[in-house]
Design a protein around this ligand. Sequence first.
Ligand SMILES: Cc1ncc(COP(=O)(O)O)c(C=O)c1O
Length: 377
Amino acid sequence: MSHLFNVYPLYDIEPVRAQGSYLWDSIGDRYLDLYGGHAVISVGHTHPRYVGALTEQLNRIAFYSNSVRVSLQEELAEKLGAASGYPDYALFLCNSGAEANENALKLASFHNGRTQVVAFRKSFHGRTARAVAATDNPSIVAPVNYSKHVSFLPFNDPEAARAGISEETCAVIVEGIQGVGGIQVASDAFLRALRQRCDETGAVLILDSVQCGYGRSGKFFSHQFSGIDPDLMTTAKGMGNGFPIGGVLISPKFKAAYGMLGTTFGGNHLACTAAIAVLDIMRDENLVENAARVGEYLMNGIRQIGGYKDLRGRGLMIGIEYDFPVEGLRNSLLFEHRMFTGVAGKHTIRLLPSLALGVQEADLFLEALAKEVRVVS
Ligand SMILES: Cc1ncc(COP(=O)(O)O)c(C=O)c1O
């Protein structure tokens, strides 16, 4: 009998080794990883530079608290600012995406003293108190999380945004590309309307970039396609390539005060080392450009195969929606072709591979998909 609290439906597969875009299970079978452990594996599994940096750091010092100087945090802030195109934004480090959003909402409220949060239909912001209250899925919002301070507007509706954001609004939190919501790309007009309305009302604009950020879209942040600058950006997932770390990038207009935010583990030596290695590898191996290029290649291949109802996404964040439930298709990809994919809802396959995915691996997926779509249709 399992002694784990049983909240995850599991595949009966145990990866015990991984390299690049591949996983090996306990009986030695190899799998192509087009899911990246839920958009987490950014530079590829067990990248030698990443492993080397972490091993070396572990042998030196793994942890001390935020009561002393950790210069790795400063190095990370500088490198993240440069890589993302936000060199004048400050960085607050924490441990996960939910925590990043929680801190962003707190910062917004400290900043303008307001309480009302605007979020959007089909949003997912994590499972902590206010992050889950701003998540449009009542089944994961416990009564203790429910908040009358949060209202939901339709996604990609600039008019509704203009009407729904007011001088009462503390913060507007939005994903640049909705992940759990089915790979819905925020339109330029929508993001620009949010920016404009936040400027008019003094509301804080938070771009939850936990899933769509860190190069996945083919730009460092997906909202950079729309030419807007948020007040706060939250990151996690790909930031540590599997080592837990999250962060909030904070516009210079926010003033820090001792004690206003804090965490025991956030910004620890190992997490910073992992995140610095990720940024160094992304830069030296041009992984943002690779995500754009291989993403485009995959999209074109999927278009040629056809048989879908809708194809959405940017870079290596791709949703293929079918007019039938995709469970059978995913199972065939997993058990016959040995390929991990993700899902959103019942009808959409989600691809969230490493940003280092090669054209060869993309071809393997396209071949398998073509075969399976032919079987289904
Ligand atoms: C857009 C978005 N925000 C926040 C989160 C929560 O991140 P975490 O699970 O690290 O708390 C997720 C996780 O899937 C996410 O996709």
